[in-house]
Design a protein around this ligand. Structure first.
Ligand code: IMP
Length: 424
């Protein structure tokens, strides 16, 4: 099992951290491959609850090397704060390594995102306002600053001066904000550099060598397939590629190493931020899913939009990621509904679509076609084997696997490790 990829199949928040935790014993390296501190996972360490946004949850296991690969955008201030937070509760962050090729989130990225989202008014994307989009934008425009730039003060200053000239014009002339000063940024970032230096390595070589030694590598995505810049509901997406293809580009390995592609799939669907969501339930059932599932964002605290399971997007996620198995999370949340619904197709503009429609307008207007299955009342949180689930819950899982054409590997019924139930 050299390389495995964990990928979100919906709009993020599927519970990817739980899969990492479940697989951790067998892993040597856990590699985060995209996004930045827009993602979030809550971990419980030594009795303390911590919210991590950048550092892979593998950090909790002393035998694991946690890696932040090239494709992640890093806010160094946030990264250092997370390391301090871990140390404060007795977790040693010294085995964390970061690629020098990671682009950095700079103070002007945060400032620009704040004003541009405001400027968009009712068309705002509802981003996490962490500077993610502006940082990836600069990366593509080839004016980004990378972690390795910190280790040559002259280069860092030069690059910063060039980019700041343009950013300050935009901030002052377009948005009427105050300019940022290079000296203040340099002072902060060079301070961060000293602390980051021991953690910065050639992560691509590290991962390659680990695979060569037969070590197990878990590549962990953030967000989800439908938030992918290319494969998601553009423009209501994040600015990077959660899909599995990008895991390879970011880690710097070829496809022949990958044996398992695990699609993390919530037993219903949630979304934060704006954009189309065909199975969104704005009524009592959606409210109930949100309440039972505690659906509030880890990063922004925003209430997540909720709806029924959507087999159309799951089939799509299976296809674009090459899923080998599903890890179904939060099945326990579906207890207590008389019937549970599964969307098997969409109706849009007089046609039926069993796959994601080819034009965004059709997706925006898509009406779900539901199949209703029997619900169950039993509390599932104490169940410890899939065979012991109530019959309707098993029937639901069978139907989901059948509609997607991918086997279910694990089903989780709660946050604890013992609540992740492997398929026989
Ligand atoms: P950004 O990633 O901050 O640019 O936000 C773009 C969109 O992705 C917004 O709709 C966010 O709510 C959404 N988003 C970003 N990260 C996450 C995540 O970890 N979970 C769920 N939604 C996310």
């Amino acid at each position: 099992m050299p390389a495995s990829i964990v990928v979100g199949t919906q709009w993020g928040d599927e519970g990817k951290g739980k899969a990492t935790d479940y697989l951790a014993d067998r892993m040597d390296l856990v590699v985060r491959y995209q996004g930045g501190n827009n993602a979030g996972h809550t971990i419980i360490a030594q009795g303390h609850t911590l919210k991590l946004q950048l550092i892979p949850s593998g950090i909790l296991y002393p035998h694991i090397t946690s890696v932040i690969a090239d494709g992640v955008v890093v806010d160094p201030r946030v990264l250092l704060e997370e390391m301090d937070g871990l140390e404060a509760v007795g977790v040693d962050p010294s085995k964390l390594v970061v690629s020098g090729n990671c682009h950095m989130i700079m103070p002007y990225h945060l400032e620009i995102e704040r004003v541009t989202e405001r400027f968009l008014g009712k068309n705002a994307l509802g981003t996490t306002k962490r500077g993610i989009g502006p940082a990836y934008g600069d990366k593509a425009a080839r004016i980004g600053l990378r972690i390795q730039d910190l280790f040559d003060e002259k280069i860092f200053r030069e690059k910063l001066d060039i980019v700041l000239k343009e950013k300050n014009l935009v901030l002052t002339r377009v948005y009427g904000r105050l300019p940022l000063t290079a000296d203040a940024i340099v002072e902060d970032y060079l301070r961060y550099a000293e602390r980051l230096r021991p953690h910065v390595v050639d992560t691509s070589k590290l991962i390659h060598d680990a695979l060569g030694d037969g070590e197990n590598v878990l590549l962990e995505g953030a967000q989800g397939t439908m938030l992918d810049l290319d494969k998601g509901t553009y423009p209501f997406v994040t600015s990077s590629n959660p899909v599995t293809g990008y895991a390879l580009a970011s880690a710097g390995i070829g496809p022949r190493h990958v044996e398992r592609v695990i699609g993390i799939t919530k037993a219903y669907v949630t979304r934060v931020g704006a954009g189309p969501f065909p199975t969104e339930d704005l009524g009592l059932e959606g409210d109930r899913l949100g309440e039972r599932g505690h659906e509030f964002g880890t990063v922004t605290g925003r209430k997540r939009r909720c709806g029924w399971f959507d087999a159309v997007i799951l089939r799509y996620a299976a296809r674009v990621n090459g899923l080998t198995e599903l890890f179904v999370t939060k099945l326990d949340v579906l207890s207590g509904f008389e019937t549970v619904k599964v969307c098997t197709a969409y109706r849009a503009d007089g046609d039926t679509y069993e796959d994601v429609p080819p034009h965004q307008s059709l997706f925006h207007d898509a009406e779900p076609v539901y199949e209703e299955l029997d619900g169950w009342d039993e509390d599932l949180t104490g169940v410890r084997a899939i065979d012991d689930l109530p019959k309707p819950a098993r029937a639901y899982l069978e139907r989901v696997a059948d509609l997607i054409g991918v086997p279910i590997g694990v089903v989780s019924v709660g946050p604890g490790r013992e609540q992740s139930l492997p398929a026989a």
